[in-house]
Each structure stands twice: as structure tokens, then as C-alpha cells.
Design a protein around this ligand. Structure first.
Ligand code: SF4
Ligand code: SF4
Length: 653
């Protein structure tokens, strides 16, 4: 910022200058409004979504993710580049205001003394911002034109935006330098002071023209930028901060009121709620979600980025188009390819949600269009009649426990914990071994627990994730009623899908339980000295994070602590794709019920990642991951064992 804002321009008189600038501003704002108004109208008429709760948490998240650029900074190079442009723009907002003030008040003297610390400091910070943004844009151009990373598509629009930013930076420097060359008694930041003497040799006439050119290039580039924003993916510049603020802080799958609502799920982008629509307007098409997606990595017809673009194009497209969204713009298989693992959401720098949209689209397919993979027909029937997806008689649910002497929950003598076993742990032959290991460990630690026996039913997780909300509602209501009747308060489960459903889905059904994963309980028991691992295993171990334990419930440390206690810590090796960036085994989102006929198997892909460390044992904290990875091990004929962390603690007799 220079010391004197009264800077008459060569090309215009003091009378015509505000008029010309006013006309340009009016035109730009009119064109901006024409493009933004339809989007706003859609947002205003969209379904509601409660996103104004927990305000302080939202502010903290916005400061961290939006202003701190925390997610982008995880990626070196491109992350820094984007962050510098963002922070630079924040600084340069004041500079833009200065330019417009100069234009509208050409005869007003806004001089400030050269000793004014605030203005001098801003002049230096502004010049640093101009320099860093300019360098970041040059790097961005180099990446797009020379390095050409796979996830970036070279678009004319992207190049135009970068060139516009560069024009704004260059004109900023020229404006100050030319002014200072014309008025050596004036003040500016360091760049102007360095360049002004060199420009001085151009003569007054050229300098005057250069000064005017820089001014009009700067202001018209800003206004052109404004016109382009709502017509391009760069609309995210306006929407990303609110999108982060209103992002999902917990479970964002909501119950359907089957008595009140007329249509179920989403069959058109206009059926989404306002936050889901805001998501669609916010995508920067950076491709980070694609790189994280296990379906995309294994050649399924699902690119999360493309899904967003298709949904957005339909949202912004003509309302009377004949092409249906489902089965037209988006193939059904795209929707069924998702494992709801959340890796795309964890990778997205602007906090775009995918899982809720995929589930809403599945609800549209199942409940409104009555169209779903054939494997689901039998699974839905079994869930409805036997309360498990495989059709085992519900009266045999607790058979696995017959010889183990586990008490059945008695509401007159409740135990501290209810052990919720889940369908896998009750019926699957491999799953039953995990349940037995959990029981043995809890008993040895003296934990008071019991099971619901045949009164336990499927949580409904596979039905909900498969889009059959009606069936889920039925199953969840039945279990919630049982919990209420039986006075159940504390639940332990070894299945992350049960944990997630009971903890996050059930409160809407009136069941507010304290739900913990067995890894959390085992960690506590080890810390209390109630479990003393017998022999520390020596083998090489890798740990595979379950998506529903890790990303969906942020439980990363407890299973690792249990492993550390039961093995030599030096024998545990993390693979690159672990914790928040762990890759799905392919079972989530009810995909364990589906054949995987397209591309390579997700479980094989995950196993390849885990085998990089040449482990003897793959430790897992989810019975579905155990099944998927064991199948992959068999198919690949590898010599590695897959064990639940509960099994790692069991005493070997
Ligand atoms: S939730 Fe997982 S499988 Fe689905 S789109 Fe995102 S990354 Fe891909
Ligand atoms: S959804 Fe997020 S991660 Fe994916 S392309 Fe858009 S901005 Fe990038």
C-alpha cells in the first residue's frame, strides 16, 4: 500500500474515472448475479439439513481446515502452492479495496504519514504476498504444462484463472513501481522501491500510460474473475469456507419419516439437501478423492470426482432434461461400487461428503426405483425374516455360545456390559472363532458381561448401507426396543459396523448407549493390569485399519496399543496406507454381500499394500476385514495369517 491514495490516472479524467469503474462494476456484478441466482434459488428450495449446531467446534474446524489449509498441507508441493495462493488472497483483499477506492475517489487525498507503522507493515506484507502468490502461480502453471500429474486434467478454464491471477500480481507491482517512478517523493512497499529507479528511465509519458494500464488491468482482471467464478469450478473460492463450516460433524444419515415423506432417497440432484448441493458447488476437481478411492483403484466404474461433477452438472442443467440421473447420467454400478469407506472424504480438502450422497442415491434406487443387485434380494429377505443377511434361523443365533457358559442378559441382574456379537460373530464359522476369543479374554480379565442370545438382531447396518432404509428402520426399531426394555446402557462389540450403527445410527431410534469397541475395552484392561499378555509374539506384524473403526469413529490407537502389549513393538510395521489413509478391504457399504465381477478385487489390492512389509501376521480389528483378507490370502496362496486383535491376546494352551 502506498502512502497516497490520490493517484490521478492518465487515461481518464477525475470525472470519467468513477463512471467507467462504476459501469464495469455494475456489469460484472450483474453477470455474477445472473449466474449465482439460480444456484441460490436451488439452495433455498432444497431439503433442510441441521448444520448450525456445535458452533465453536465448527469455528475451530473452519480455522484449521479452511484458513489453516490443514488438509491441503498434508501434500507437499501442491499443498503449499494452494495454501500460499489462499493466504496471499486474504492479504490482497485489502489491496483490492484500495484499488477500487482510488478509482471511485480520484480526487480524494488518503495520504498517510510514511511513519505510520500499520501502513508500512501492510505494504511489506502485501508485497510478500504478491511475490509468493506470483511464484505459486508460476509453479502451478509448470505443474499443469510440464509435470502434468495424472490426477490433474489440463483445462483451458484452469489456465485462464491462473493467468488472471498472474495478471493481478504483475499489475499490482507495475502500479506501485510506475507511481513511485513518477512521484519519487511517494511511498510504496519494497518491490516498488526496487523497481521504480529502473522504470524511471522510461520517461513520464510511458510511465503515466504504464500506471493507467496497470490500474485498469488490475481492476478489470478482478472483475472478470468475479464473472468467471460462478461459471467454473473456481466457484469453490466463494463456497469452500462455508462448506467447511457446515460440514458433517458426526452421523449424517438421517431417518426417513415414511408416514410424512412422499418420495424416498434421491433420484435427481434436486432431491439433495442444501448442504449436499453446497458440496457439489464446492468441488475443486482436484482429484484427491479419486486417488484415495479403493473402487477407483481397482477399476470399478466409480470416480468420486466424476460422480460429483455429474451430480453438479445435472443440478445446474435444464430442469426438463429427458435423461434420468440414475441409470442415465450415472450407471447403477457406479453407485453400487462404493464401499462407503470414507477415504474420499478424508482426502477432500474442502470437506465434501460422499457417503451420505451414495446412500441417498441407493435409497432412490431401492425404495423409489425398486432396482438393486440381485444378491440383495435374498439378503433383504433374510434380514427381514431371520434378522441376519445369510438366512440362518434366528433361533440359532446364540448356538455358538452354548458351550461357553455366557450368561444371557437379565434385566433384574444386569451385567456391566452387554456383549453385542453381531451377525458375523454369531453365524460365520470364522467369525465365531473371533467371538470365542473375545469371550475368553473378557472372562480371564474378570469382566462382567452377558449377551442378548436369540433376542439380539442384526443392527440393520447392511440394509441401511445398501439403501433399504425401510428394512433398516424395522431392524433398528426392534433392537432399540429390546435395549430399552432390558435396560441396556453399556455395550461392547468386536464388529466396527455394529459399533458404528449402535453408536451413530441408533440415537435417532431412542437408544442412547455407551458403545465401545473390544479394542478399547482390551486396552483399558491391559492398562489396569487385568490382562497380562502371556508371551510377546516375535513375528512381523502389520495392522490393517478398519474404515468403520478408524475413519468413521476415529479409533486408531486402541487396537495398536493392544498390539503393542501383545507383541514386541519393534515387530509392528505401519504400511503407508494406514490410519486416516488406510485402504478399505472391500466389505463395507454392504459390499460383502455382492459379487465383485468388475476390475480387480479390492481385498487383493489391500492385501498387496499390506504385504509390502512382508508380514507374518496381519492384525485386524473387524471380522469382515478378517474374512476379506483371509480370502485374498488364500486366492494368492500367500503364507501370512490374518488375526483379530482379540485373538492375538488369547493364551495359547
Ligand atoms: S466412500 Fe470409499 S469407495 Fe466410496 S467413493 Fe469414497 S473412497 Fe470410494
Ligand atoms: S470432492 Fe474434494 S477431493 Fe474430490 S475432486 Fe472435489 S475437491 Fe477434490
Amino acid at each position: 500500500m502506498t502512502s497516497n491514495l490520490n493517484r490521478a490516472l492518465e487515461w481518464t479524467s477525475p470525472q470519467s474515472q468513477p463512471l467507467l469503474l462504476g459501469a464495469l462494476c455494475f456489469l460484472a456484478l450483474a453477470l455474477f448475479s445472473v449466474a449465482v441466482w439460480p444456484k441460490l434459488k436451488l439452495l433455498r428450495s432444497a431439503r433442510s439439513a441441521e448444520r448450525c449446531d456445535r458452533v465453536f467446534e465448527r469455528i475451530a474446524l473452519t480455522l484449521k481446515v479452511a484458513f489453516g489449509q490443514s488438509k491441503l498441507m498434508q501434500e507437499k508441493g501442491a499443498g503449499w502452492m494452494h495454501a500460499l495462493i489462499f493466504w496471499g488472497f486474504l492479504v490482497l483483499l485489502f489491496r483490492a479495496a484500495e484499488f477500487f477506492i482510488i478509482g471511485f475517489f480520484p480526487e480524494t487525498d488518503f495520504s498517510f504519514p510514511a511513519s505510520n507503522v500499520v501502513f508500512v507493515a501492510y505494504a511489506w506484507i502485501k508485497d510478500a504476498a504478491v511475490l509468493l502468490v506470483g511464484l505459486a502461480v508460476c509453479f502451478a502453471l509448470y505443474r499443469r504444462l510440464v509435470l502434468k500429474p495424472q490426477r490433474l486434467t489440463l483445462s483451458g478454464e484452469g489456465l485462464l484463472i491462473l493467468l488472471l491471477i498472474l495478471a493481478i500480481m504483475v499489475s499490482d507491482i507495475l502500479f506501485d513501481s510506475a507511481f513511485l517512478a513518477l512521484h519519487p517523493e511517494g511511498h510504496s512497499g519494497p518491490i516498488g522501491m526496487i523497481l521504480a529507479p529502473a522504470l524511471g528511465m522510461l520517461g513520464e509519458n510511458i510511465l503515466g500510460n504504464l500506471h493507467s494500464l496497470a490500474y485498469w488491468l488490475h481492476t478489470s482482471s478482478i472483475l472478470f474473475f468475479l464473472i468467471l467464478l460462478p461459471r467454473s469450478k473456481h466457484f469453490h473460492i466463494l463456497t469452500s469456507i462455508p462448506n467447511v463450516f457446515f460440514s458433517n460433524l458426526g452421523n449424517n444419515l438421517s431417518r426417513i419419516d415414511f408416514d410424512e415423506e412422499e418420495s424416498f432417497g434421491v433420484i435427481n440432484s434436486k432431491d439433495f439437501n442444501w448442504k449436499q448441493m453446497l458440496d457439489l458447488h464446492t468441488c475443486t476437481q482436484c482429484g484427491r478423492c479419486d486417488r484415495a478411492c479403493p473402487a477407483w483403484a481397482t477399476d470399478k466404474p466409480l470416480s468420486p470426482q466424476q460422480l460429483t461433477v455429474d451430480l453438479r452438472d445435472q443440478l445446474n442443467g435444464p430442469p426438463d432434461s429427458d435423461i434420468p440421473l440414475l441409470g442415465g447420467i450415472i450407471e447403477d454400478e457406479t453407485i453400487w461400487s462404493c464401499t462407503t469407506c470414507g477415504a474420499c472424504e478424508a482426502a477432500c480438502p474442502v470437506m465434501i461428503d460422499y457417503v451420505d450422497k451414495v446412500i441417498d442415491l441407493r435409497r432412490g434406487l431401492v425404495l423409489t426405483e425398486d432396482r438393486y443387485p440381485k444378491e440383495f434380494t435374498a439378503a433383504f429377505k433374510s434380514l427381514e425374516t431371520q434378522s441376519n443377511p445369510w438366512g440362518f434361523p434366528k433361533t440359532s443365533r446364540s448356538d455358538w455360545a452354548k458351550e461357553l457358559g455366557i450368561p444371557i442378559w437379565d434385566k433384574t441382574k444386569p451385567t456391566e456390559y452387554l456383549y453385542f456379537v453381531g451377525c458375523n460373530g454369531s453365524f460365520d464359522s470364522r467369525g465365531k472363532k473371533i467371538s470365542e476369543a473375545v469371550v475368553q479374554t473378557l472372562k480371564e480379565a474378570g469382566v462382567e458381561f452377558s449377551i442378548l442370545g436369540n433376542d439380539e438382531g442384526c443392527t440393520g447396518d447392511p440394509a441401511r448401507r445398501a439403501g433399504n432404509e425401510y428394512l433398516f428402520d424395522m431392524l433398528a426399531s426392534a433392537n432399540a426396543e429390546t435395549f430399552k426394555e432390558q435396560g441396556v446402557r453399556k455395550v461392547v462389540t468386536h464388529c466396527p459396523h455394529c459399533l458404528n450403527s449402535l453408536k451413530n445410527d441408533y440415537p435417532e431410534f431412542g437408544a442412547t448407549l455407551e458403545v465401545i469397541h473390544h479394542s478399547e475395552l482390551l486396552q483399558k484392561l491391559i492398562e489396569e493390569g487385568k490382562i497380562i499378555p502371556q508371551q510377546k509374539a516375535e513375528e512381523n506384524i502389520v495392522f490393517h485399519d478398519s474404515c468403520y473403526l478408524g475413519r468413521h469413529n476415529e479409533i486408531y490407537d486402541a487396537p495398536r496399543e493392544v498390539l503393542n502389549a501383545s507383541t514386541k513393538s519393534s515387530s509392528i510395521k505401519e504400511v503407508e496406507q494406514s490410519r486416516e489413509t488406510g485402504t478399505c478391504c472391500g466389505a463395507g457399504g454392504a459390499r460383502f454381500l455382492l459379487e465383485e465381477n468388475t476390475g480387480t478385487r479390492m481385498s487383493h489390492h489391500r492385501l498387496d499394500e499390506l504385504m509390502v512389509n512382508e508380514p507374518d501376521t496381519i492384525a485386524v480389528s473387524c471380522p469382515f476385514c478378517v474374512l476379506m483378507l483371509e480370502d485374498a490370502v488364500k486366492a494368492k496362496n500367500l503364507n501370512v495369517q490374518v488375526k483379530d486383535i482379540g485373538e492375538m491376546l488369547v493364551k495359547k494352551n
